[in-house]
Write a new protein. Structure first.
Length: 185
């Protein structure tokens, strides 16, 4: 799963880097040559729509989503395990809901042959298909995580649920930062 999240992060990073270059070129062209590429805002919207689910997948796999662990870490291990299971299952349910919404949107776009109301008049099926792929990646990752959490719950492995699904503690984050610093040195 770590390789999976790393690939998602790299794809997102490359998309955002390319978008930044295009925005910089657009800005320079406007200021110096009074010329616009027209449609950079459209590209930005597509990049965010495609990149967001990739980031969601990375966040789910890396356990870096925001959860308030002030109370979580003070609860008994069994309660923590139950909360971690509920968290994994609810995130998968949300991903499935979003994927269904995305599929319906793409189907409607295809049915009506919708195009963007922009100078490029992009057939929306193209960026929405990429959005659907991104949403599929998010959904697959969360469903796999939920199945893993369910498997640990069925085995009554509360330590495993806590180890694999609990939010990172301050000590975990400090250890990760120190090992990253050591690797760079």
């Amino acid at each position: 799963m770590k390789t999976y999240s790393r690939i998602c992060a790299i794809v997102f990073g490359l998309m955002m880097t390319a978008l930044c270059v295009v925005i910089a070129v657009e800005t320079v062209l406007r200021k110096l040559l009074n010329h616009s590429l027209a449609g950079v805002d459209e590209l930005s919207g597509y990049a965010i729509a495609i990149g967001a689910p990739l980031c969601f997948a990375v966040t789910a796999v890396e356990r870096s989503h925001i959860r308030i662990n002030l109370l979580h870490m003070r609860m008994p291990e069994r309660v923590q395990a139950i909360l971690n299971l509920v968290s994994a299952l609810s995130l998968a349910a949300l991903a499935i809901f979003l994927a269904v919404f995305t599929v319906r949107t793409v189907q409607e776009t295809q049915m009506f042959g919708s195009v963007a109301q922009t100078p490029w008049m992009t057939p929306l099926i193209w960026p929405q298909t990429a959005w659907l792929i991104g949403m599929g990646i998010f959904t697959i990752s969360t469903v796999l995580l939920a199945l893993r959490a369910l498997s640990l719950a069925v085995q009554k492995n509360t330590a495993g649920l806590t180890r694999e699904f609990a939010p990172e503690t301050v000590e975990d984050e400090l250890e990760a930062e120190l090992s990253d610093l050591e690797a760079r040195a």
